[in-house]
Design a protein around this ligand. Structure first.
Ligand code: MLT
Length: 393
């Protein structure tokens, strides 16, 4: 028996597990410290009342023989896929219900989608980036080419002529908060089509796009349905980080050598996945009701105010940063530190504030740091005060 040797090429632990371990060690050593957690992008506001009520109703259905649901369709119930279709239609993107696959989150699907692609493909991944893209391809042994994202290109790299089969784009970006315009995505779509490549487009943060002209879906670009798969999630939009629900769009027009990616993905999902719980899908459906949308808008407004507070803090300190406008993340240059992990330790020890070291997202993240706006308003205000006091010293 041989183990998958590719795992030995990975960092010993996943970025956010390493941070959690460091924070636990710190709190064990300093039990009285009031540690403010601004590291992992985990939401703090409870689920919207419309969602909770829908889930309660669904639980009640599960209590009676006449309304009980056993196995559901692996690709999601039609009621939720219809709601997602409507959500896209309101933004001018026409989808067929069979192009929508409900899942337990974008992270799982971003990893699982690789099952339908040969390992002998070259992958383009921007650096810095959400570590899941890199790690899942390392696990499979694919060749990865990194595309530099830096202050010089506003952390929005454009095609550079590199030969590619699989291209990852995350916009609004995790970790940098930078968001592509529709015009910029047009270039990416043209490039992918010319190369016969597929774009894996992570739109998990689309609901934070505020500036006109920035894309919320790659399908806002004509022709993207022939080269792109889009991943989205209820985690950041509607507070489902612990409830787990997301969706992936695999267009019918996406074909390579005449073979439909949609059919392959359906085959993969029906074989390896048994669907998202009925109760959770009813909760997700409520996100798209008028009441649900209104309640979720209020929650998002809290996170936006937090993002503004954090970016105002960077302005006040005169620190270079991106994000905060179309994104819940603030990405900034560590003041006075070249090493992101050293800045992480400094902030944790001196201000008891946890963030995410930029180098955990790739070599171009070295010297940078990420803070999230998903903490409570009180925690964010306290963190801003502590950071200002510490860095103004
Ligand atoms: C992050 O902090 O980057 C995200 O919460 C991770 C995720 O969504 O899996």
């Amino acid at each position: 028996m041989k183990l998958n040797g590719n795992y030995s090429k990975l960092e010993e632990s996943y970025l956010f597990s390493t941070i959690a371990r460091k924070v636990s060690a710190f709190t064990a050593a300093h039990p009285n410290a009031n540690v403010l957690r601004m590291g992992i992008g985990d939401v703090t506001l409870p689920l919207a009342p419309a969602v909770i009520e829908a889930m309660h109703r669904a639980v009640e259905e599960q209590a009676h023989r006449e309304t009980f649901h056993g196995y559901g369709p692996e690709q999601g119930y039609d009621f939720l896929r219809e709601s997602i279709r409507g959500y896209y239609a309101r933004r001018g993107v026409a989808l067929d219900i069979n192009e929508i696959f409900v899942s337990d989150g974008a992270k799982s699907d971003l990893g699982n989608i690789l099952d339908i692609f040969d390992t002998d493909n070259t992958v383009i991944i921007p650096d810095p980036v959400y570590p899941v893209y890199v790690d899942t391809n390392v696990m499979a042994g694919r060749k990865i080419v990194f595309l530099d994202a830096n202050a010089g290109n506003a952390f929005l790299p454009m095609p550079n002529g590199q030969k590619a089969d699989i291209i990852y784009i995350c916009s609004p970006n995790n970790p940098t908060g930078a968001a592509y315009t529709v015009e910029q995505l047009r270039e990416w779509v043209a490039y992918a089509r010319k190369q016969g490549a597929v774009i894996l487009y992570d739109a998990a943060y689309e609901c934070f796009v505020a500036e006109p002209g920035r894309a919320r879906s790659i399908y806002e670009v004509e022709g993207a349905e022939e080269c792109a798969i889009e991943f989205c999630s209820f985690s950041k939009t509607a507070g489902f980080t612990g409830t787990r629900c997301g969706y992936t769009i695999v267009p019918d027009a996406l074909r390579f050598g005449g073979v439909s990616c949609n059919k392959l993905w359906l085959r993969r999902q029906t074989t390896k996945f048994n669907g998202v719980p009925y109760v959770v899908q009813r909760g997700a459906e409520a996100v798209f009701t008028e009441r649900g949308e209104e309640q979720i808008r209020e929650n998002l407004a809290v996170y936006r105010r937090n993002a503004k507070r954090l970016s105002d803090c960077m302005d006040e300190l005169g620190v270079f940063y991106t994000g905060g406008k179309n994104s819940p993340y603030i990405w900034f240059q560590c003041p006075g530190f070249e090493d992101s992990w050293k800045f992480f330790d400094y902030l944790l020890e001196q201000a008891n504030v946890v963030g995410t070291p930029g180098c955990g997202f790739g070599k171009n993240g070295q010297g940078f740091f990420r803070l999230t706006s998903f903490a409570s308003e009180e925690t964010t205000a306290d963190a801003v005060e502590r950071i200002e006091t510490l860095l103004k010293r």
